[in-house]
Design a protein around this ligand. Structure first.
Ligand code: ADP
Ligand code: MG
Length: 392
């Protein structure tokens, strides 16, 4: 998949609409992880140097098509301005009078951030009218929002029909890194899955089984599989409705000769606030929940990771936000960082975990996309990339 790069665009004096992914975690107005904002800076700087008039567009959270004060992008504009060392204007609307006025008044090199595009009901519906209105703000479209590339929305897909369209530098970098996982990955190829979005990720496993040599499953994700094996998991997070699905995935893996490793021990507690205890799987009490993989599991996982030539990791091994349940995620993070393999970590919380463990610089590629990186590795076409290919 090759798209025209922003490097080849003639942008001087033109208004360039840049879809970025500034969907950062916020604690009130404080940005708790600015990875995604920093990742967009190379494209913004390139455009500024070339005298473009930059109109940035992003979503933040899930405001469901109407204005929600909690999801205003003002804190992002302020932080971006600090990172760039230059002013960043903030529009009070997306396609309304303020956005229109500010766009037309931009000078070469100026940067404007539109308000949260998901305040518009048409965004998630990929409404052609909204796409046209967004396009009318600019002369050129650049998509640098890899994290939103698995969505066919007005600002990630529809708009490309109306403007000359280019991939941003981050988009290019993500695609070339992730391509190494899809096209003839060096083997053994080990994928580690965890986290909390179990039902979202079960379909992923089905598509990954034919591609990988080993699948290590921890976090909340593992619990549904343990259930499928008839284990007692107490009050652990699990999706009982997906137990049959998990069973069939286990037998599919067996047929294909793919090793699926599940936890053999765990850190359990009655609540997340309680002290954890280490138990073997099989000895989880009815009133207990699994909040982390145990030390034997961590050791097994680390050994498999150290033999890998390609590693893809999405989803923490436990509730790593709590020190009592962070050891499993730390052990896996250190194993991935210490491995000589080509390593990729994707997913908002997974990236936050490797940052927290201080090993981010030792990962070959940190993806800004969670769902997008998973879908890419599954071999699915991403609507945001397809739109660029078919764009004007
Ligand atoms: P990502 O953002 O990397 O895609 P997810 O959003 O799927 O990952 O999952 C991350 C969350 O999963 C974390 O907040 C973590 O606390 C939670 N989690 C991991 N393991 C467990 C578990 N055993 N029980 C409950 N929550 C868990
Ligand atoms: Mg998450």
């Amino acid at each position: 998949m090759t798209n025209r790069s922003v490097r080849d665009a003639d942008v001087s004096g033109k208004r360039v609409f840049v879809r970025v992914d500034f969907n950062v975690p916020l604690d009130g107005a404080t940005i708790t992880d600015d990875t995604r904002i920093r990742a967009a800076i190379p494209t913004i700087n390139l455009l500024t140097e070339r005298g473009a008039r930059i109109i940035l567009c992003s979503h933040l959270g899930r405001p469901k098509g109407k204005v929600d004060e909690v999801f205003r992008l003002q804190p992002v504009a302020a932080h971006l301005s600090e990172l760039l060392g230059r002013p960043v204007q903030m529009a009070t609307d997306v396609i309304g009078p303020d956005a229109q006025k500010r766009s037309t008044e931009l000078k070469d090199g100026d940067v404007l951030l539109l308000e949260n595009v998901r305040f518009e009901a048409g965004e998630e519906k990929n409404d052609p009218e909204l796409a046209k209105q967004l396009a009318s703000l600019a002369h050129i479209y650049v998509n640098d929002a890899f994290g939103a590339a698995h969505r066919a929305h007005a600002s990630t897909a529809g708009i490309a029909e109306h403007l000359p369209s280019y991939a941003g530098l981050l988009m290019d970098e993500e695609v070339s890194a992730l391509q190494r996982l899809v096209t003839e990955p060096a083997r053994p190829f080990v994928t580690i899955l965890g986290g909390a979005k179990v039902s979202d990720k079960l379909g992923v496993i089905e598509n990954l089984i034919p591609k990988v040599d080993a699948l290590l499953i921890g976090g909340g994700m593992a619990n549904t599989f343990l259930l499928a094996q008839g284990r007692e998991i107490g009050t652990s997070l699990a999706e009982h409705d997906f137990m049959e699905k998990a069973k069939s995935l286990l037998s599919l893996a067996q047929e294909r000769g793919v090793q699926i490793s599940l936890p053999v021990d765990a850190i359990v507690a009655e609540t997340m606030d309680a002290k954890g205890a280490t138990v073997d799987i099989g000895s989880v009490g009815a009133g207990q929940a699994i909040f982390d993989i145990g030390p034997k599991t961590a050791e097994q996982f680390a050994a498999i990771i150290s033999d890998a030539k390609t590693v893809f990791w999405n989803g923490p091994m436990g509730v790593f936000e709590r020190p009592a349940f962070a050891a499993g995620t730390r052990a896996v993070a250190e194993a991935v960082a210490g491995s000589a393999a080509f390593t990729v970590v994707g997913g908002g919380d997974s990236v936050a975990a490797v940052e927290q463990m201080g090993v981010a610089s030792k990962i070959s590629h940190i993806s800004t996309g969670g769902g997008a990186s998973l879908e890419f590795v599954e071999g699915r076409e991403l609507p945001g990339l397809v739109a660029l290919e078919h764009g004007r």
